[in-house]
Structures are given as structure tokens and as C-alpha cells.
Design a protein around this ligand. Structure first.
Ligand SMILES: C[S@@+](CC[C@H](N)C(=O)[O-])C[C@H]1O[C@@H](n2cnc3c(N)ncnc32)[C@H](O)[C@@H]1O
Length: 301
């Protein structure tokens, strides 16, 4: 991964770890229990892969079989893991979407005139980028190649899929030197829409590689981000996450962390079925709560 991108992931990680974690207890208990179950039910004779392993806040490494491999693009993640868990696992530092290098280069091409090196006016650069993004197709080639070589029996995706869009936003913001988004959420923003399309394609390609792996999958991810301070609770399971949210008061807004893609639909369409599913609310920061989704998925017999 080029330095610019690994630096960006490292910065995101530092910001994540610097947050006040006093309200995270319930989330950490639940995510560790879920991923721990995945680690314990894995066939110890086959390789195990943890995607988005990060600093290991959510991963109970004590339960991981000795040959477990971690994957995270943040270059500091293995050091954090060693400090926290006293483990130095095999590690892959590649981009899981396979598309960030191309995204970054495309942003640069839209923002700066290649022939003069001059920055374009923001409105023109935004229009150019919105026009270029639909032709980009992220391809998680390094992940596919690793899986073909090592044939893991179990794969954990530890809160990484919902980050693809966040990282893509940050790549675009870095190229523009600040957020280029329309501040009025009521107005159409073709660039934001085009980038959400890129994110949806990245998530779908990622899920497709996981489906084709033949491995048991333990997926935890942000399903939605809810902004505002009003009361929020969860009703009984509903396939459509907005229907499961019990929101009181007008001051809450929710955004889809998976850019409109439903993992259960994608997986179900590929002959996989969730063996277990759960959702809970993670109070990440004042005024910002994440709807977390956990899916254990097995190949259908
Ligand atoms: C919310 S954190 C996950 C925390 C981690 N599960 C833990 O136990 O601490 C998301 C992780 O995904 C990684 N990440 C995000 N996008 C990535 C990408 N495209 N390729 C590789 N890693 C990525 C980040 O570096 C970060 O460590």
C-alpha cells in the first residue's frame, strides 16, 4: 500500500483510539463474545484470517489458533496488537478493497491539471470526479489471491466493511484539501452519490470474494450511523434495519454505513445462509451511535 494511504489509515486509527471509550463496554463485550465464538468454532487444522484486525480492541486474540493471520492496512496495527495481547501474528498490510490506489489517483487527476500542475476550481474538479467515479471497479485481488493460496476455513471481518466508505471519503477530502461535500443535506450532491456508488461496488466485490472462499464467515460491521441525542432503542429483528430502530423525537438522522447494500441479500443470493445474526447499538461518541450488525454465515449444504 503506498505511504499516502497507509498514513491516512494510521491517522484514522489514532483518532479512533483517542476517543473517550467510557461508554463502549457493552459493545466491546458483545463484539468480543461474537468474534471469540468464531475463533473457538474454527477448524484448528485450517488457516484462519481476521480482516480489519486493527489494534485488537475487539478481537480476543487469546482464543485465536496459533496460525491465525491478521489483515489491516494500518501499519501500526500489529504493534498495537502486540502491546495489548502479547501476540505477533502473521500480518497482511494490503488494501482490502483493492481500489484505493486507483481512487486516489483518480481524485488527483480530477483536482489537478496533469499538464500544468495547477489546481482546478473546486466546482469543476467535483464535476470531473463525479463523472470519473462510475467507471472505477474496485477489485480485491490481493484478498482473493491470499485466499486461493492459503484456503482459510474461517474468516472474521472485524468491523472493517463499514469503514470502506469512511476511508473513501477521507481519500477524496485529502485530495481536495478539505471536505468538498455540499453542506446542505437536502440538496443533491452528485459527487457524494458517485462515491457512495464506488463504496457499494467495493463492498459487493469484497463480499463476493468472501462468499467464494468456501470459509465460514463471522462478519461484524457498522450497519448504520445515527446522529443526534434523542432516545434510541432497537425493536425485534427486521431485515430492513431502519424498521428495527425505535426513534423518539425528531432530532435523529441515520445514514447507511454500507451505501445501500444489504449483506444478507448479497450472501443469500450466493447460496450462503446466516446461521446467526444480531444487532446492537454502540454509543461511539456524544450524538453519534452506530447500529452494529453481527452475522455468522455458513455455506448452505
Ligand atoms: C473500526 S477499525 C476495526 C477495529 C479492530 N477490529 C479492533 O479490534 O481494534 C477498522 C479497521 O479497518 C482498517 N481498514 C479500513 N479500511 C481498510 C482497507 N481498505 N484495507 C485494509 N484495512 C482497512 C483500519 O485500518 C482499521 O484498523
Amino acid at each position: 500500500m503506498p505511504k499516502s494511504l497507509s498514513r491516512l489509515l494510521r491517522r484514522e486509527q489514532f483518532a479512533f483510539l483517542a476517543r473517550d471509550r467510557s461508554a463502549w463496554g457493552d459493545h466491546l463485550d458483545r463484539v468480543r463474545a461474537f468474534l471469540g465464538e468464531g475463533l473457538q468454532s474454527a477448524d484448528p487444522g485450517r488457516p484462519l484470517l481476521i480482516l480489519g484486525a486493527g489494534p485488537g480492541l475487539e478481537v480476543p486474540w487469546a482464543l485465536a489458533p496459533p496460525g491465525t493471520t491478521a489483515w489491516d492496512g494500518d501499519p501500526w496495527s500489529r504493534v498495537w496488537t502486540a502491546l495489548r495481547h502479547h501476540r505477533w501474528p502473521a500480518w497482511v498490510f494490503e488494501d482490502l478493497t483493492g481500489g484505493l490506489v486507483q481512487l486516489e489517483a483518480t481524485c488527483r487527476r480530477a483536482v489537478v491539471e496533469p499538464w500544468s500542475g495547477r489546481r482546478r476550481e473546486q466546482a469543476i474538479a467535483k464535476q470531473r470526479l463525479a463523472g470519473l467515479l462510475p467507471s472505477l471497479q474496485p477489485d480485491p485481488g490481493p484478498l482473493r489471491a491470499w485466499i486461493e493460496t492459503h484456503r482459510p476455513g474461517t474468516i472474521l471481518a472485524a468491523n472493517v466493511m463499514g469503514q470502506f466508505g469512511v476511508v473513501a471519503d477521507t481519500v477524496v477530502e485529502a485530495a481536495f484539501g478539505g471536505p468538498p461535500w455540499d453542506p446542505d443535506p437536502e440538496r443533491e450532491d452528485p459527487l457524494a452519490e458517485a462515491l457512495a456508488g464506488w463504496t457499494a461496488r467495493a463492498i459487493e466485490a469484497f463480499l463476493q470474494v468472501l462468499c467464494e472462499s468456501g470459509a465460514d464467515l463471522w462478519l461484524v460491521h457498522d450497519r448504520a450511523v445515527v446522529f443526534g441525542e434523542g432516545p434510541l432503542a432497537l425493536g425485534p429483528w427486521e431485515e430492513a434495519w431502519p424498521r428495527q430502530l425505535r426513534v423518539e423525537g425528531p432530532s435523529l438522522e441515520a445514514s447507511d454505513a454500507l451505501a445501500g447494500l444489504d449483506p444478507v441479500t448479497v450472501l443469500g443470493g450466493r447460496a450462503l445462509e446466516p446461521a446467526r445474526r444480531d444487532r446492537w447499538i454502540w454509543p461511539v461518541a456524544p450524538g453519534q451511535r452506530h447500529l452494529i450488525e453481527a452475522l455468522a454465515v455458513r455455506q448452505r449444504d
